[in-house]
Design a protein around this ligand. Structure first.
Ligand code: 4NP
Length: 155
């Protein structure tokens, strides 16, 4: 059975689609499934932001076929690991958790680089164009660590 990982941000068009694409590119497809969702509903059914698609393409990670969807309580049962991009996403997701088991699935993604520091992946949506490069590099670095951990744990 596949190990399921969910990446969560606010809009599901900038950060979590990149996190999904980057982590999926580092994991064997026969063992792991990676998806993403937003806590907000504005971008349901939409393609990722052009700037995320573009920085992904530059790094050979194609996220153009992804479509936005909203996080729901059912995701706690479907997914084994839920990574959120920032502390606001963390609060919103935790509000929907019904059990301790649900809560324990949720982790701030950069805690795999900076343990217990709860560092945010900055939202690049309203920022400068190079915000997307910065976000890409952060996510690439942490997904390298996460993929190694997951492969070792589930081998
Ligand atoms: P994301 O960025 O959470 O990284 O996808 C955002 C995209 C859209 C909005 C907010 C954040 N928005 O308010 O529409």
């Amino acid at each position: 059975m596949s190990i399921k990982i969910l990446m969560v941000c606010l809009g599901n068009i900038c950060r979590s689609p990149l996190a999904e694409g980057i982590l999926a590119s580092k994991l064997p497809k026969n063992k792991f499934t990676v998806d993403s969702a937003g806590t907000g509903s504005w971008h349901i059914g939409n393609s990722p932001d052009e700037r995320s698609i573009s920085v992904g393409k530059k790094n050979k990670v194609d996220i153009s076929s992804q479509r936005g969807r909203q996080f729901s309580t059912a995701d706690f049962d479907t997914f084994d690991y839920i990574y959120v991009m920032d502390s606001s996403n963390y609060s919103h997701v935790l509000e929907l958790a019904k059990t301790q088991d649900h809560k324990e699935k949720v982790q701030m993604i950069l805690n795999d680089l900076f343990p217990n520091e709860n560092v945010d992946v900055p939202d690049p949506y309203f920022g400068l164009p190079n915000g997307f490069e910065i976000v890409y590099n952060m996510l690439d670095e942490v997904c390298e660590v996460i993929s190694k951990k997951l492969i070792e744990k589930h081998s």
